[in-house]
Design a protein around this ligand. Structure first.
Ligand code: ZN
Length: 318
């Protein structure tokens, strides 16, 4: 095994409209913990909200850029079309009832690649989500403050579905550069599994090949990028060098405070990031109070008053 190979998903980042509506849905209904309340470092007038399990482990982190007036994105090729979380198999019925009570329409599916049954539904911005019955998923650290009992808690990502018009370039990147293995093929879907990811959340990417004639467009309800995890800075730099050598346009290493990141677009059009596991979300506030206060990176702390004044107030769901 090559140590530069990512070991699965680190986080998924999407775009939403109202920040409060997003918080009510992900923390209030789905029971994720808001593990970081910060701003988009590249657009300081916008929140960056991070949700995760009790400690925000890599593989459980879903983040949003809320743009109150964002138009809805359009589905198409070159995007992550569905983001799936694991839940215990015995909890799927409980989730069906919870979603129904909240008037969120959900469709039951049989699962693919030997997975358990699924529930598919959309968030308030139309982002497609799925819960997969998966007793093999690591239990992780449930958040005691969640409105969802720990036994039913989401256990991090099970997979993402990426839709691309042609699969060959993406397949080769995944297997020849990033160390994934082809796990199986069903119809027009190929599943890849990350290297050395046994027992971890976010092991799979399901590549759906659809000869769509139009690319997806970014907007509310769409995934902006997905991040793969790498254990440390040295591995990240080694992977960056490798990608550059293959002709990829790769960003410099970006300081994201809770991890460091590089970005590049894969051949099918999906924006990939590779993020370090550390230092993590308890780097600038105590574990017990993650997500309660607005945190700014040191270089923007001097503008706190202006930044706070421009952001909408947020109220934690009861
Ligand atoms: Zn990211």
């Amino acid at each position: 095994m090559n140590p530069e190979h990512p070991n699965g998903l680190h986080h998924v980042t999407a775009i939403c409209g109202s920040a409060q509506r997003n918080l009510d849905f992900y923390a209030g209904l789905l029971g994720l913990r808001l593990v970081k309340r910060t701003i988009n470092f590249d657009d300081p007038g916008t929140y960056h909200l991070y949700y995760g399990d009790g400690t925000g482990r890599p593989g459980t982190i879903l983040t949003f850029f809320p743009w109150a007036h964002a138009a809805r994105g359009r589905r198409g090729a070159g995007e992550v079309s569905v983001t799936a979380f694991s839940v215990p198999a015995a909890s799927l019925g409980w989730w069906a009832d919870r979603l129904a009570a909240a008037k969120v329409p959900a469709t039951r599916g049989d699962g693919s690649f030997g997975d358990g049954a699924t529930l598919r539904f959309a968030d308030p911005d139309g982002m497609m989500l799925e819960l997969v019955a998966d007793d093999a998923a690591p239990a992780g650290e449930a958040w005691p403050g969640s409105p969802v009992p720990g036994v039913h808690a989401l256990r991090g990502f099970q997979r993402v579905y990426a839709t691309v018009a042609q699969g060959e370039g993406t397949s080769r990147l995944l297997t020849e550069v990033l160390g994934f293995s082809l796990h199986g093929e069903e119809g027009n879907v190929a599943r890849f599994v990350a290297a050395a990811s046994e027992g971890q959340a976010g092991r799979f990417i399901d590549l759906t090949i659809e000869p769509l004639d139009r690319p997806g467009s970014s907007g509310a309800g769409t995934v902006h990028h997905i991040a793969w995890r790498t254990p440390d800075d040295a591995m990240q730099v080694a992977l960056r060098e490798r990608l550059l050598g293959l002709g990829y346009q790769v960003s410099p290493v970006m300081e994201r405070n809770y991890f460091r990141s590089i970005y590049f677009r894969e051949p099918g059009g999906v924006l990939f990031e590779v993020a370090t596991d550390g230092p993590g979300f308890a780097d600038d506030e105590p574990q017990e109070s993650l997500g309660q206060d607005l945190k700014l990176p040191p270089w923007l702390e001097g503008k706190r008053a202006q930044i706070e004044a421009a952001l909408p107030a947020l109220r934690m769901p009861s």
